[in-house]
Ligand binder design. Structure first.
Ligand SMILES: NC(=O)c1ccc[n+]([C@@H]2O[C@H](COP(=O)([O-])OP(=O)(O)OC[C@H]3O[C@@H](n4cnc5c(N)ncnc54)[C@H](O)[C@@H]3O)[C@@H](O)[C@H]2O)c1
Ligand SMILES: [Zn+2]
Length: 375
């Protein structure tokens, strides 16, 4: 407790329990990834899957931690090229063939180290390899930490669309080392904050206020060494997990996680994927909150407060002036959330509470209301 640092406070660590597995969130946690993998998914062979951007920073650390925790196990490294364009059946096939050529048996655990692309791809390999082997998720982007690694969805893209082939395959464990955010490109870090802000809007006004207070500092720093990241990831994981769990009882509540995504997906698509998912969702949330205000569903000022929180982390919130509003409107119809012609929107009542709409948690919005918000 002295200024000389004679006693160093232990790094804060949070454990969020989910049905069937735990998410451990801390600083320097990758060093314990091997022990957690060995405890939750003991194997004779660990297949560490990671991408070309992540490997140079963290693969050695994870490999060493696996070797320490499971000295008799074989560890193989499977490297994939970085980027969404590689989240394909072809890469799934390559990885599977590599495992087969390696002689990997049912006593294999897949360890996915990277962003959502690696998590989804390696998770899908694990889901299908010999009818399913365990996967341990080690997410290294903010988006993967707060969204992709929670809920057990895995899969790949096809030319017909994103995430169209996949499997539900919950991990044996998720280990989040927030210090890995230190090497994440700033643009990716900012984009991840869109989902964090979303979690505040859909479920927890106090959390939203906390994010408002600390997020600007977190994007201004280099991403490392800030314990506030531990609390943020933990609360976001809790919120996503509780919404998904509530949905099993009350069908439809999960739709609130789509806030900002009806317009967000459309904007992402019309941008030709030049905008990152989170960048498009930031604009989508601001515009959907504007729609909610226009329809008298949301309190006045909701959209402005969401926009201010997003802008404070460096995200744009206005409709891209180069985009044609009609193109975006058309793109919302192609989205899978369009049912029976009418496009459904999950809309907020205020920060921290979504509009229940008699348990449907979504509402059809007229084209003129959408176009008015895009103007
Ligand atoms: N399964 C789900 O429930 C779910 C939910 C949301 C999103 N997703 C999926 O997640 C994917 C997007 O994930 P993402 O945003 O993490 O993208 P990503 O995996 O492509 O990572 C973004 C970029 O950052 C690099 N990177 C990752 N971690 C790094 C680090 N610590 N340091 C330096 N570079 C790093 C990657 O190599 C990549 O270039 C999409 O495919 C999406 O469909 C899945
Ligand atoms: Zn999203």
């Amino acid at each position: 407790m002295t200024a000389s640092g004679a006693s160093i406070a232990p790094a804060p660590e949070r454990i969020v329990p989910l049905p069937g597995y735990e998410v451990t969130i801390g600083r320097g946690t990758l060093l314990r990834a091997g022990a957690i993998a060995a405890a939750t998914a003991r194997a004779h062979h660990y297949a560490l899957v990671t991408d070309a951007n992540v490997a140079p920073h963290y693969a050695q650390r994870v490999r060493a931690s696996l070797a320490l925790a499971a000295p008799d196990a074989r560890i193989s490294l499977l490297l994939v090229p970085a980027g969404e364009e590689h989240k394909t059946r072809e890469l799934w096939g390559h990885l599977t063939d590599e495992l087969l050529a390696n002689g990997a048996g049912r006593d294999t655990t897949v360890v996915a180290l990277g962003g959502g692309v690696v998590g989804d791809l390696a998770g899908f390999v694990a889901a299908t390899y010999m009818r399913g082997v365990p996967v341990v998720q080690l997410p290294t982007t903010l988006l993967a930490m707060v969204d992709a690694s929670v809920g057990g969805k895995t899969g790949v893209d096809t030319p017909a669309g994103k995430n169209l082939v996949g499997a539900f395959h919950p991990p044996a464990a998720v280990v989040v080392d927030v210090d890995t955010l230190g090497s994440l490109p700033l643009r990716e870090l900012r984009a991840g904050f869109a989902e964090v802000v979303k979690h505040g809007v859909v479920a927890d006004a106090r959390y939203f206020a906390e994010v408002e207070a600390v997020a600007p500092r977190l994007v201004a720093g280099d991403g490392t060494g800030d314990a506030a990241f531990v609390d943020i990831v933990a609360r976001s994981v809790e919120i996503k997990a509780s919404v998904v769990a509530a949905d099993e009882r009350e069908h439809g509540q999960r739709r609130i996680l789509n806030f900002g995504h009806t317009l967000g997906h459309a904007i992402e698509l019309v941008s030709g994927y030049r905008l990152l998912h989170g960048e498009a969702v930031a604009i989508g949330m601001t515009l959907e909150a504007t729609i909610a205000e226009r329809m008298g569903i949301a309190e006045r000022g909701t959209s402005a407060r969401i926009a201010a929180a997003l802008e404070a982390v460096g995200l744009a919130t206005t409709f891209p002036h180069r985009m044609e509003p009609r193109d975006v409107l058309e793109a919302t119809r192609a989205d899978k959330k369009a049912r029976g012609g009418a496009v459904q929107y999950a809309l907020p009542e205020r920060i921290g509470a979504m509009s229940p709409q008699d348990g449907r948690w979504s509402v059809a919005v007229r084209d003129e209301d959408v176009l008015a918000a895009l103007d």
